[in-house]
Design a protein. Structure first.
Length: 151
């Protein structure tokens, strides 16, 4: 199957039952997405964007993404990665970092729709992403800082 991965056309031959997360990590060597609960899809650490929408990749069969545009954290532009890094550092939201890639992708999807979300909108958008370290307030602040830099 063909798909667009981080703005490049690629060809993949997913194994029977292989998840999108497994395809991205095992076949393409992309390691930013984490496996925190596969195949449950309940922690959000494996979130990527598909056609501009945040999707948990561990609970989706890779074969469903033929012809789709998939973006991982590695596919974000350098300026976007810098915006997120600066926001997380300034807010003190970087703890262990396991959840950060999924949160960034979910928040990136949110900001694409609304570059000035309220704290309540941020909390709702990130509700499916689990973090054991920060208590979320610092993460919300990081998203607010990234949104401010985007605007």
């Amino acid at each position: 199957m063909e798909l667009s991965l981080n703005s490049r056309k690629v060809v993949a031959e997913p194994r029977e039952g292989q998840s999108l997360l497994e395809l991205l990590r095992d076949d393409f060597g992309l390691r930013s997405m984490k496996d925190g609960c596969a195949p449950e899809g309940s922690c959000g650490a494996c979130t990527v964007m598909v056609e501009g929408r945040a999707v948990v990749s561990c609970a989706q069969r890779a074969s469903r993404f033929a012809g789709k545009e998939v973006v991982t954290p590695e596919g974000l532009a350098a300026t976007e990665r810098e915006r997120w890094a600066a926001g997380f550092v300034a807010a003190g939201a970087s703890q262990c970092g396991f959840c950060s890639p999924g949160i960034v992708m979910k928040a990136e999807s949110l900001l694409a729709k609304d570059p000035d979300p309220s704290r309540q909108q941020i909390a709702k958008a990130l509700a499916g992403n689990l973090c054991r370290c920060t208590g979320y307030i610092k993460i919300y602040e990081a998203v607010e800082l990234a949104a401010e830099r985007l605007r």
